[in-house]
Design a protein. Structure first.
Lengths: 512, 98
C-alpha cells in the first residue's frame, strides 16, 4: 500500500504537486483530516484555517496548471506559530490579552510563505508570548507530546513541534529566543533550526526579546528544513536588524553539494555536558560524536568558560527586553480592556487589563525585567548581563578559530511530565541550558534527532556555527542524518508508538 | 543575595502596571527572590573592562527617504480597538480627578 500522504516528506509532496501526480488540495485535505482526527487531544493548534488553507491550495493547483509554481515548496502545508501576524486570522501569542485579535496585516514571514505557495493550515499553540519551555504557559491549555501525551512537547514553540511530529503538517514555523525551536524539536524527535540572528525578518513577529528573537523552521528531515529556511530568510527593509547579505545556501548544504564532513573540525564543548544532563542524553550524544569521527571529522575538545553564565545572563536580558516590549499591551489600541467603567483612570485600566490578560510567567518576567532595569540595580543586573554576553561571544569566536562547528546535546533531559516544573521557574529555565549560549551570541544552531534516551523518548543533538554560516550546520546535520537513517532503517519518528489502526497512537499513557 | 520586601514587590507591580492581589504579590515575591538569587551569579564574573553587548550582530542606523508610503486605512487600524469614537481610539480619562 502506498505510504499515507501525511507521511510524505515536504520535498516529496512538492515534487508530486509539481509533477501533477497529486493536487495541493488533496494534500491539504489529508492534513486537515489528520488534524481533525488527533488535535482534540494533542492540542497543537489554536486555530485551524480550513477554508483559507483549501483556497490557498486551489490557487497553487491553478498556478501549476499554468506552469507557474512559485517555489520548491508550493502546495506544501505548514503550521504557523501563533506569534506571527496573519491578516484577518486570529493571532493570540497564547495570551488572553490578545484573544480575538485579527491583525490587519501579515508578518513578513507570513507573506513570504504565502508568496511561495506554502499552505498555512493554522496557528499553533505556544507559551504565552513565547515565554517558557513547555507550552504549559499558554492561556489556552497545554499541548501534548506525540510520544507520550502526559509529557510536554517542549516550548515555547510546542504546538509547532507537536504538529510536525504527529504528521499534522510536514513543516512548521517557530521562534527561538533562548531555545524555543531547538528544544521542542529535540524532545519530539524532529529537526529544528534557529537561523543566524537577523537572518529571518522579525516584522510582524510579536516581540518578546528583540535582540534575541528569531523565526525558523521545523521539519521531519534536514532537507525540508533547509527548503523552508530559504523561503523565509533574507533581507527585509521593514526589519532594520535583518542582515543585508546573501542567505547562506542551506539547500545546497543539506543536499550534500557543499561537500561531506571529512576533515571538518567539530568542537565538543566541555561546559555543555556533565552535571544536570541525563545519562541517556549523554549516551546518545557520545554516539553522535563517535559517528562523526567515523565519517572523517576531526573531534576537538573546546572550553567556553563563560557559557556557565549564559543562563543567568539570559534570564536578565530577555525579561528586561520583555518588560519594555510588553508595555504595548495597554488595552488602548487592540486586545483586551478591563475595568473601563467610566470612573477608572487610564493607568488603572492598564493595570487591571494587564493583570487579567497576562499569565503567571509573563507577569513574573515583566516584574523581573522591571527590577533589573530600575535605577540602582541596572549596573549590577542588566549592565553586567550584557557584559557576560560579550564574554560568551568571545568564547564562541575563540572556539571558531580552532573548529568549524560546535556540538552539544540540545537539552539536558528528555521531555518531562506535564506539571512537573510549573511551580519551579528556575527548574523550567534549565531546559534551555545548552541552547542559550548561541542565542546570546547570535550564531545559527540546529537540533536533530540523535535517538531515544530515558523512558524511550527522543534526544536531540545540537550543532552550532559562526554567524552567517548556517550552511555549515545543515551540511553536518545532513551527514549525520544519512548515517543514522542507514543505521535505524528509517527516521526516528518511525519508532513513534502506533495504535492498532497504524496511525500515531493517542499517546502512550494518555488518560493516565 | 537580593531579597525583596513586600513593599518592594508591590512597587515593582505598580511600575509594571500590574494590579495584583495580595496572594499574587506574596507568591511572585517568593519566586522572584529565588530567580534573582539564580541570576545574581552574573556578578561573579570579573567584567569591569568588558564592553556590553546590546545586539548579537553589529547594526547601524538604517534610514530611508522621508516619503509617504501606503499604510493601513483608518478602518483597518481601528479594527482591533477595544473602544472607538468616530475615527479615533476611545480611551479612559487620562487626568486624575481633583
Amino acid at each position: 500500500m502506498a505510504k499515507e500522504l501525511t507521511r510524505w516528506t515536504a520535498s516529496e509532496m512538492a515534487q508530486a504537486v509539481a509533477a501533477g501526480e497529486v493536487s495541493a488540495l488533496e494534500i491539504t485535505d489529508a492534513h486537515l483530516e489528520r488534524i481533525s482526527d488527533v488535535d482534540t487531544d494533542l492540542h497543537a493548534f489554536l486555530h485551524v484555517d480550513a477554508d483559507g488553507a483549501r483556497a490557498a491550495a486551489q490557487t497553487v493547483d491553478q498556478l501549476r496548471a499554468k506552469g507557474q509554481l512559485p517555489s520548491p515548496l508550493a502546495g506544501v502545508p505548514l503550521a504557523l506559530k501563533d506569534v506571527f501576524a496573519t491578516e484577518g486570522i486570529p493571532t493570540t501569542c497564547g495570551s488572553k490579552i490578545l484573544q480575538g485579535w485579527r491583525p490587519p496585516y501579515d508578518a513578513t514571514v507570513t507573506r513570504r510563505l504565502k508568496d511561495a505557495g506554502v499552505v498555512i493550515l493554522g496557528k499553533t499553540n505556544m507559551d504565552e508570548f513565547a515565554m517558557g519551555s513547555s507550552t504549559e504557559n499558554s492561556a489556552y491549555g497545554p499541548t501534548r507530546n506525540p510520544w507520550d501525551y502526559d509529557r510536554i512537547p517542549g516550548g515555547s514553540s510546542g504546538g509547532s513541534s507537536a504538529a510536525v511530529a504527529s504528521y499534522e503538517a510536514p513543516l512548521a514555523i517557530g521562534t527561538d529566543t533562548g531555545g524555543s525551536i531547538r528544544q521542542p524539536a529535540a524532545v519530539t524527535g524532529i529537526v529544528g533550526v534557529k537561523p543566524t540572528y537577523g537572518g529571518v525578518s522579525r516584522f510582524g513577529l510579536v516581540a518578546f526579546s528583540s535582540s534575541l528573537d528569531q523565526g525558523g523552521p521545523f521539519a521531519r528531515n534536514v532537507l525540508d528544513a533547509a527548503l523552508l529556511h530559504s523561503v523565509i530568510a533574507g533581507k527585509d527593509p521593514r526589519d532594520a536588524t535583518s542582515i543585508d547579505a546573501p542567505v547562506p545556501d542551506v539547500v545546497a548544504a543539506a543536499k550534500g553539494e557543499m561537500g561531506d564532513i571529512k576533515g571538518l573540525r567539530v568542537g565538543v564543548v566541555t561546559e555543555l555536558q556533565g552535571d544536570g544532563y541525563q545519562p541517556g542524553v549523554l549516551a546518545r550524544f557520545e554516539e553522535i560524536v563517535e559517528l562523526l569521527k567515523s565519517l572523517g571529522a576531526e573531534i576537538v575538545t573546546v572550553s567556553c568558560p563563560a557559557f556557565e553564565y549564559a543562563l543567568p545572563a539570559y534570564y536578565l536580558i530577555a525579561p528586561s527586553e520583555c518588560s519594555s516590549n510588553l508595555a504595548r499591551f495597554d488595552g488602548m489600541r487592540y486586545g483586551l480592556r478591563a475595568g473601563d467603567d467610566g470612573n477608572n483612570s487610564v493607568e488603572e485600566v492598564m493595570s487591571l487589563t494587564r493583570a487579567e490578560g497576562f499569565g503567571d510567567e509573563v507577569k513574573r518576567r515583566i516584574m523581573l525585567g522591571t527590577y533589573a532595569l530600575s535605577a540602582g540595580y541596572y549596573d549590577a543586573f542588566y549592565g553586567q548581563a550584557q557584559k557576560v554576553r560579550t564574554l560568551i561571544s568571545r568564547d564562541f569566536e575563540r572556539a571558531y578559530r580552532e573548529v568549524d562547528v560546535l556540538i552539544s546535546p540540545t537539552t539536558p533531559t528528555v521531555a518531562f511530565p506535564i506539571g512537573e516544573r510549573v511551580d519551579d521557574p528556575v527548574a523550567m529555565y534549565k531546559a534551555d541550558l545548552a541552547t542559550l549560549p548561541s542565542s546570546l551570541y547570535g550564531g545559527p544552531a540546529l537540533s536533530l534527532p540523535a535517538g531515544l534516551g530515558d523512558a524511550d523518548l527522543p534526544v536531540g543533538v545540537q550543532l552550532m556555527a559562526p554567524v552567517q554560516r548556517d550552511d555549515l550546520i545543515y551540511r553536518v546535520a545532513a551527514s549525520i542524518e544519512t548515517a543514522l537513517l542507514d543505521k535505524w532503517g528509517g527516521p526516528l519518528l518511525d519508532q513513534l508508538p502506533l495504535d492498532a489502526a497504524g496511525s500515531v497512537a493517542q499517546g502512550v499513557s494518555h488518560g493516565g | 543575595m537580593p531579597s525583596l520586601s513586600s513593599g518592594e514587590v508591590a512597587h515593582l507591580a505598580s511600575l509594571s502596571r500590574l494590579e495584583l492581589t495580595p496572594d499574587e504579590l506574596a507568591r511572585y515575591g517568593a519566586q522572584l527572590d529565588v530567580i534573582l538569587g539564580a541570576v545574581a551569579r552574573v556578578a561573579e564574573v570579573a567584567a569591569d573592562d568588558v564592553p556590553p553587548t546590546t545586539h548579537a550582530v553589529p547594526v547601524v542606523n538604517v534610514t530611508r527617504p522621508d516619503v509617504v508610503r501606503p499604510s493601513l486605512s483608518v478602518e483597518a487600524a481601528l479594527s482591533g480597538a477595544p473602544a472607538t469614537e468616530g475615527n479615533r481610539f476611545r480611551v479612559p480619562r487620562i487626568l486624575d480627578e481633583e
